[in-house]
Ligand binder design. Structure first.
Ligand SMILES: [Zn+2]
Length: 389
């Protein structure tokens, strides 16, 4: 009996020691991360934008606010930051009403026309219902996105589900959604939590309920400049052929784990193909950090210090005149078109071109023939231009 007790004690002591060592190791892994200033990219917000400038403001992850002084468009809705244990235990997540109100007030989101998530994982769509309900903005996105919003109490007349390429107009903005692919960084080359969110979605829901749905590349065109937002580091080969953009907001989350070859193809399909003169990486931050805090994720999960050197290399090899710049949380970045700058240069011949006309020309150039054909066909069938295809 005594021998058995001693054996048992030894086993328990051994197990306790193993748990201590494993937790120490897990803590070390979690805290082993690079500082933000290890990223050798210049800031995207060097000069404060003019009062009437078109701006994009980054709010962590791939959430961006486009604002031209009259109309605001929000890409993604992710203010509530779940704690690590809530992600691991998959507990239902409630939108943080106080944090959302503070966000809407502090950053003056009082002219919000649309909320457009790139896809519907929780780090893009968790607060769709809460923000849309408080702002009356239209939710535009996949059927999963509109189901999440409806489950969060948003009425149907505030929802525009999109199943294929769609072009919508909000004030001076022309927003095009183009089907794309989510990064397949999961086990066996799969997209983690793929699948679609059903009509019976109810919030609060755990992270596992936020399935990716359809992933879209979002082209935000405006007379002052055109941006592309990619919410995940996947791509549909050739999908952007013919599209032109001035700025690409390029998701880089988990890019490093996919390897340099994937990163190169990603760069080519988003940046080289669109001819963008500026690239602003997004989704490089740890989304378990409090809203407003920018820190890199643990190096064992994702190493942006490594993938950012790849991006610099691709830029130097393929797009030498393209700037690669890092955004700061909540600081507006002026968006401008290079040809518009050219047109506004004193004495420049193009100075006489009115911006609306210049924009229409740019929009024509921006639309690939295939999209233009589908839009024309759609209009022939009598549907309104602002409705999704
Ligand atoms: Zn995702």
């Amino acid at each position: 009996m005594q021998a058995l007790d001693n054996d048992m004690r030894r086993v328990l002591t051994g197990a306790a020691a193993a748990i201590v060592v494993l937790s120490l190791f897990a803590t070390w892994l979690w805290q082993n991360r690079q500082p933000l200033d290890a990223i050798a990219l210049p800031p995207a917000d060097r000069a404060p934008p003019a009062a009437d400038a078109l701006t994009a403001t980054w709010f962590g992850s791939s959430m961006l606010l486009f604002d031209d002084g009259e109309t605001q468009i929000l890409i993604d809705a992710f203010v509530t930051r779940p704690a690590l244990h809530e992600l691991i235990l998959d507990t239902p997540l409630e939108s943080d009403a106080a944090a959302i109100n503070r966000f809407l007030l502090d950053f003056r989101l009082d002219r919000l026309a649309a909320i457009i998530p790139g896809h519907t994982h929780f780090d893009h769509a968790l607060d769709l219902g809460a923000i849309a309900s408080r702002s009356r903005a239209t939710v535009v996105g996949s059927v999963s996105a509109t189901n999440i919003a409806r489950g969060g109490g948003v009425p149907d007349d505030q929802l525009i589900p999109v199943t294929d390429t769609a072009e919508l107009h909000f004030g001076e903005f022309t927003v095009t959604l183009i089907p794309s692919l989510h990064l397949a960084y999961g086990w066996n080359g799969r997209v983690p939590r793929s699948g679609t969110v059903d009509e019976d979605f109810e919030s609060p829901a755990p992270v596992s309920a936020y399935l990716a749905g359809r992933t879209f590349t979002i082209v935000v065109a405006h007379p002052q400049g055109t941006s592309i937002v990619q919410s995940s580091a996947g791509y549909e080969p050739g999908a952007l052929a013919g599209f032109r953009a001035d700025v690409v907001f390029l998701s880089v989350g988990m890019l490093e784990g996919m390897g340099k070859k994937h990163a190169f193809a990603y760069w080519q399909n988003l940046v080289t193909m669109s001819g963008a003169r500026r690239v602003v990486p997004v989704h490089f931050d740890d989304f378990t950090a409090p809203f407003g805090t920018t820190r890199l994720p643990p190096s064992f999960i994702d190493d942006f210090t490594r993938s950012s050197t790849w991006l610099l290399e691709f830029r130097d090899d393929w797009d030498r005149s393209t700037a690669l710049e890092l955004p700061s949380f909540g600081v507006p970045i002026a968006i401008y078109a290079d040809d518009l700058l050219e047109a506004q240069r004193p004495g420049g011949q193009a100075q006489l071109v009115p911006s609306r006309q210049l924009f229409d020309t740019r929009l024509q150039n921006l639309r690939p023939a295939a999209v233009a054909d589908r839009l024309a066909e759609h209009q022939r069938q009598g549907a309104a231009a602002a409705q999704p295809l």
